[in-house]
Design a protein around this ligand. Sequence first.
Ligand code: ADE
Length: 229
Amino acid sequence: MRIDIISVIPDLLRSPFEHSIVKRAQEKGLVEVHFVNLRDFTADNYKSVDDYAFGGGAGMVMMVEPIEKAILHLKSFRDYDEVIYLSPDGELLEQSISNQLSTLKNIILLCGHYKGVDERVREHLITREISIGNYVLSGGELAACVLCDSIIRLIPGVLNDETSALFDSFQDNLISPPVYTRPADYKGWKVPDILLSGNQKKIDEWRMEKSIERTKLKRPELHKKFFKP
Ligand code: ADE
């Protein structure tokens, strides 16, 4: 899979791709992530990417021209399955969306800033809009990193058996059961006996029971989906 991220602050994007699972996925050649600086596609000497909003009002708007140029530049090398705009008013990200996106070959992510992008970008260039939650970030970069992390870990071969995404919370509309590690007794705070029993069948049953119980308590809307998908 190849992910191209268009941004005015590519430096904001780097660190999340330089560690742990996401870094290893790139080293294994399972994903390529490229940062595209929108200012490389500006027409003027000031490298402006934004301008005042027609009709007045506070805040700058990202111009259509540099964005179109950046996207066309990328498209001149390969086809893209989706051009995704990260925006607080997009479709709310959930596991099923990450699952679906992880099967694609090439995607472009566009990070917004200021008051957002000229509406014509959304009308003519964007194929999908995604929000990572009902709150407003200063720009789309952190959202793009969150989206990429959730996608990359699902690409076949990225996780090994031990870290398999099949057991992640949300994969089947259930959140994960509680987990414990040594010591079995910390100042009298004990690990449930069943987990020390060695009886795998009983442990699996206990985990499923706890998952359902926790989902009902913490995320009732998912609990309903689990029983009636
Ligand atoms: N840009 C600003 N806020 C955002 C959010 N919540 N999700 C995605 N992109 C954003």
